[in-house]
Design a protein around this ligand. Sequence first.
Ligand code: CO
Length: 134
Amino acid sequence: MIGKLNHVAIAVPNLVEASSVYNDVLGAKVSEPIAMPEHGVTTVFVELPNTKIELLEALGEDSPIAKFIENNPKGGMHHICYEVEDIFKARDEMIAKGVTVLGSGEPKNGAHNKPVIFMHPKDFMGTLIELEQV
Ligand code: CO
């Protein structure tokens, strides 16, 4: 069902420093920061030839990233995003297979303004999984 790897997301305590590591140390192309208050994050995209890396910094009071950074003060891998053709079909199939879809279960528009869902890490070997309709 899943298609291409769309991105790997890394939660970071400081977006400016993290951007500089990817830009200056690794020599990657890094976007300007994009604030997404509805998701509680500020994001930077690192463009790679075959995929993207998303750097996430907490934004606002109840950011989903805040707790993660508390537990991982230096930051760490937060989730992996796979592409799917039909987000509703994918969601229904996951639920039918016993997967826990997070939140209301209704797809929300993600960082690329495309509908996404998130699935509980317990169902995927400890990794938070995002599905994005492309
Ligand atoms: Co993502």
